[in-house]
Ligand binder design. Structure first.
Ligand code: SF4
Length: 724
């Protein structure tokens, strides 16, 4: 980062601190992956309370996202809004989280009510916070209330202290505050790696799409770095609560701190996966060289890379932003794991990047990434094929605390509105928001940090902008609903799903909104044709969301599951599931907790939490069939130019799949026929999926199903009964 922090400045920051509340506690010793205690903090009255973890919580909700959902459920009423003091931010690592022998075990799960969806949202993030929190004696941190002034929460897991401190002088932007706090709380250079900071940024407080950054100290670079909990606007909730940062400090990370029942087995599993990563990463995914960025050219080659607000899936200039170019920018030969022991090491970084715009112009900074999603969101989807711009935007999104995916998808929508004459310079305050205009895109982001101009509209996210354009400017709501790439109020992540019916469901039939971490089925469906029937697709839309939910219960990263495959994986009966790795996870869980689940019970564990989350949505007024409607842009071509860009494919499908001869029909007629067919297909898939998931035609879990799952608590049944 731009290290301009002097000892004098740190002293000044410290001197301005006032401790509002401090308590002492006896850090719990971990037992089979659990501390069996969680920490509750209320910022309205500065209360700090230790809660016991019950056996029911462990059996039903497991940990991580499960704990977050359970605490939030108990904290909010159906009428609670994201900015009410009752809303919570819950951070939990999960029972497997924190082990150092198996790659990808340092994740934290964050749960809150979302400013953009109005319902519950969860986000999975790296960095060291979750494991250090657990080693400090807490399976979860629950923050409720709102502080009267800017505060920092500090947990010292060695001294056994928790304090809420006034923080008047610290920066808000992440790259500054993580440096300030790491410096302030560390007693030596070596001690810095024992600190993790959660922070957000100035744009998070001026928009609804704020993110949280979770830091870890990179001792080779001698700098703190960050990973992002990006989705759903939790950074906005954080700033609304007047929190500048939450800091945890724990000295003494060791491989056995989870106190697992079978450390030897965990070590064996880890060694096996380390070897696979060592042997195959370079030929399979190159995570260690370019992170997730190798997807840029793969998506472009398969016509799946979003270009100009998801209109197209390919662009001839993609080579300018592909992984070959990115490889030249990211520093090589660095072990870039975001938690100890992750040899997959995909957390790549660009060092010494000189900023060209904004308040930090001229500063040389460290950029986390760029990841595939960011390259597509603020690059190709805006028609911008300029890597320097993407890196600059990546840095500013992180430090200002906004989600690159939501920002990119929203800006792409605004650009299409501008080019369709729904917006003009008068409305945008002079910004010429045409596709490819990188200066306008960057200025919009800087405005968001300052809380000025058109960004006040842009920062609301696609759903709220659509409503405003219809109400204030008389825009055509049908067209906006077709091209506005959001579902449930969350902006789409960066894959074209038009040619994959299963992925259309994988996006729109999610619990939190269209984020690919629930189901990514495009290759299985479209490229490899492994799930041809509705039943096959529905089975995949049952299994994969459940399986992926499990990572969020454990504190695990999904990438080491299927981004690396054993040598004989293709010869197995279900290669898409990577059966050997599924078995690793079963054994990992059993070896930590002493339980004896198998791969079927693993899915049931997720199913309980997944259905509970669906019912949570229902409690908050969502979670029904109409909330699973996708925007038509994700299903088929909205405009004539889109149809023409794939005319041969669409005409051929009309003939072979729909049974209509396209000869002699106008483009508009053909678009109408295509639309009817595709929307009918989606509806049929939706019903097949609901049936497979044990839900009614309206997408409500049946009483019988939740009874079988063992989540028929009175409060859950009460919610369901109102809707069945
Ligand atoms: S694979 Fe990448 S994101 Fe996942 S834990 Fe490892 S370094 Fe972090």
């Amino acid at each position: 980062m731009s290290c301009v922090l002097t000892a004098e400045k740190v002293q000044k920051l410290k001197a301005a601190r006032k401790v509002l509340k401090e308590i002492k506690y006896e850090p719990a010793k971990l037992e089979k992956g659990y501390a069996n205690k969680t920490l509750y903090i209320n910022l309205s009255d500065n209360s700090i309370v230790s809660k016991d973890v019950t056996e029911k919580m462990k059996d039903v909700f497991i940990g991580g996202k499960g704990f977050g959902l359970w605490y939030l459920w108990n904290a909010v009423a159906p009428s609670t809004k994201w900015n009410d003091p009752e809303n919570e931010i819950v951070i939990s690592p999960g029972p497997v989280g924190g082990i150092t022998q198996y790659p990808g075990a340092g994740k934290s799960l964050v749960v809150s009510l979302s400013p953009t969806t109005g319902s519950v949202v969860d986000s999975n993030v790296g960095g060291h916070f979750g494991p250090l929190l657990k080693f400090s004696g807490w399976d979860a941190l629950e923050i409720q209330g709102k502080a009267d002034q800017e505060v920092i929460v500090f947990i010292d897991g060695n001294k056994g202290t928790i304090s809420i401190e006034e923080a008047p002088l610290e920066a808000v932007d992440t790259h500054l505050i993580i440096e300030e706090l790491t410096e302030m709380y560390a007693e030596s250079e070596e001690d810095k790696r024992n600190i993790s900071v959660v922070s957000s940024g100035t744009a998070a407080q001026n928009s609804l799409i704020g993110l949280l950054n979770f830091s870890f100290y990179d001792k080779r670079r001698k700098s703190p770095r960050v990973k992002q909990a990006g989705r759903g606007g939790i950074g906005t909730v954080f700033r609304d609560k007047n929190i500048k940062a939450v800091v945890v400090k724990f000295n003494g990370v060791k491989g056995d701190l989870n106190n697992p029942v079978d450390l030897k087995k965990i070590q064996e599993l880890g060694i096996k996966l380390h070897k696979e990563i060592h042997d195959f990463d370079a030929i399979q995914t190159q995570k260690r060289e370019v992170g997730t960025a190798n997807l840029v050219e793969i998506m472009n080659d398969y016509d799946l890379l979003p270009v100009n607000n998801f209109k197209y899936g390919y662009h001839p200039e993609t080579w300018k932003i592909d992984s070959k170019q990115i490889k030249k920018k990211v520093t090589q030969n660095m072990p870039d794991g975001c938690w100890y022991g992750c040899s997959m090491a995909c957390a790549k970084a660009v060092d010494g990047f000189e900023l060209k715009t904004g308040p930090y112009k001229g500063h040389k900074v460290l950029i986390d990434g760029p990841e595939y999603e960011t390259v597509a969101a603020v690059g190709s989807n805006l028609g911008i094929f300029d890597l320097e711009h993407i890196l600059e935007c990546n840095f500013y999104c992180d430090t200002y605390g906004v989600d690159t995916i939501s920002l990119g998808t929203t800006t792409a929508f605004l650009m299409e509105c501008y080019e369709s004459n729904i917006l003009n310079k008068e409305i945008t305050g002079g910004l010429e928001l045409t596709f490819g205009n990188k200066d306008a895109a960057m200025e919009l982001l800087h405005q968001m940090s300052r809380g000025e101009g058109f960004s006040k509209i842009a920062g609301q996210g696609v759903r709220k902008i659509k409503e405003l354009l219809v109400k204030e400017y008389g825009a055509d709501s049908h067209f906006l609903n077709d091209i506005g790439m959001e579902n449930k109020g969350m902006e789409y992540s960066q894959y074209i799903s038009k040619e994959s019916l299963a992925q259309q469901g994988g996006y729109a039939m999610t619990n939190k909104g269209p984020q690919h971490d629930e189901a990514w089925l495009i290759f299985m469906d479209m490229v490899n044709n492994q799930i041809p029937s509705f039943e096959d697709k529905a089975e995949a839309l049952h299994y994969f969301p459940m399986f992926r939910t499990w990572f969020g219960l454990m504190g695990l990263c999904k990438l080491p599951w299927n981004d690396i495959e054993p040598a004989d994986n293709r010869q197995t009966s279900e290669p898409a599931k990577v059966p050997e790795h599924v078995q690793n996870y079963v054994e990992l869980f059993n070896s930590v907790t002493g339980k004896t689940i198998d791969k079927k019970e693993l899915i049931v564990q997720s199913e309980r939490v997944y259905n509970f989350q669906r019912i949570f949505n229902i409690k908050m007024g969502f979670g029904q069939s109409l909330h699973d409607n996708p925007p038509y842009r994700s299903v088929g071509p909205v405009t004539v130019e889109e149809y023409l860009s794939r005319q041969d494919r669409y005409d051929q499908q009309m003939k072979e799949l729909i049974g209509v001869d396209p000869e002699g029909k106008t483009i508009e007629e053909k678009m109408q026929i295509t639309r009817k067919y595709r929307e009918d297909q989606y509806d049929e898939l939706r019903q097949t999926v609901y049936k497979r998931r044990g839900w009614t035609e309206n997408g409500i879990p049946t009483l019988e199903h939740i009874k079988n799952l063992g989540i028929d608590f009175p409060e859950v049944v009460e919610v369901l009964k109102k809707h069945l």
